[in-house]
Design a protein around this ligand. Structure first.
Ligand SMILES: Nc1nc2c(c(=O)[nH]1)N[C@H]1C(S)=C(S)[C@@H](COP(=O)(O)O)O[C@H]1N2
Ligand SMILES: [Mo]
Length: 258
């Protein structure tokens, strides 16, 4: 045993010396290792993965098509809730939303309570886009509002924030409609908090006073009747954990990219 340990110690010593002396040579040897096809495959796999990831991120950053004013649909039909109909919402609507405040909270350093006038103070964006609903209809309209990214910057997203959760005024079987997106979509330039539709204040049927437009995703992600925006680290505490009302109730995909 002792001999074996001694032998082991000596081997370790030799290995150590070999490593110390051999280190620069080993680095120079990388070129040579790269010439062996199998080794190449392993060495460059990381780069392929990186390239794939890069491509996926570039795809996510791409803009949704925008249209000319004359391509707009004559009427932007409502879908889902056409009026939340709660006493709270009715009171806000009766006051033309003067008392409405969009709460921005969760993992932010400066929680905000924004009025409609406040929303117009941010850099606003107007865009004519096509809305695609899973139920099989599309419509083109002009939307205007601040970029969600600007609002999140004003609130100061904390490092732990990974998702943005939207809570709406309307109820589905006792729970408020809710949706969520990741930070790539949250900071996408076409992701806006729209308060205008076709150059008019957003009608009640389309989500007054403010609704999300997240143009790279299907209709159900575009939360109407916004009341609250929360930055969260994960979706476990949102609904039943799948990040949206339809995701939790009828198995719609959380990521509904188009
Ligand atoms: N709060 C809320 N947001 C919602 C819905 C809803 O019922 N309630 N329906 C969703 C669906 S399925 C679609 S297609 C669009 C419809 O928007 P529109 O009513 O302006 O056509 O809103 C989405 N956002
Ligand atoms: Mo939809």
């Amino acid at each position: 045993d002792a001999q074996w340990l001694v032998a082991g110690a000596r081997m370790t010593l030799i290995t150590r010396r070999g490593l110390i002396l051999g280190a620069p040579a080993l680095l120079a040897g990388c070129d040579r290792v790269a010439q062996i096809p199998a080794a190449r495959a392993i060495l460059f796999k990381g780069e392929d993965m990186h390239r794939g990831l890069q491509r996926a991120l570039t795809d996510r950053a791409a803009l949704a098509p925008e249209f000319r004013p004359d391509q707009r649909s004559p009427f932007f039909r409502p879908n889902g809730t056409r009026d939340p109909g709660t006493p709270e919402y009715a009171a806000l609507a009766a006051g033309r939303f003067a008392d409405w405040r969009l709460q921005v909270g969760g993992l932010v350093s400066r929680p905000l309570a924004l009025s409609l006038a406040d929303l117009t103070q941010f850099p606003n964006r107007a865009q004519i886009t096509r809305h695609d609903c899973v139920e099989g209809w599309s419509a083109i309209a002009k939307w205007q509002g601040p970029m969600l990214g600007s609002v999140l910057k004003a609130a100061g997203l904390r490092d732990a924030a990974r998702y943005i959760v939207f809570t709406c005024a309307d109820l589905f079987g006792g729970e408020h409609y809710y949706e969520s997106i990741d930070l790539i979509d949250a900071f996408h330039p076409q992701t806006i908090l729209a308060w205008a539709l076709n150059d008019r204040m957003l009608p009640v049927m389309n989500g007054a006073p403010c609704r999300l437009r997240v143009e790279r995703q299907l209709g159900y992600k575009h939360a109407k009747y916004l009341m609250r925006i929360n930055a969260v680290a994960d979706l476990a505490g949102t609904g039943r954990g799948r990040g949206g009302y339809w995701e939790d109730n009828v198995d719609y995909d959380w990521y509904a990219g188009i």
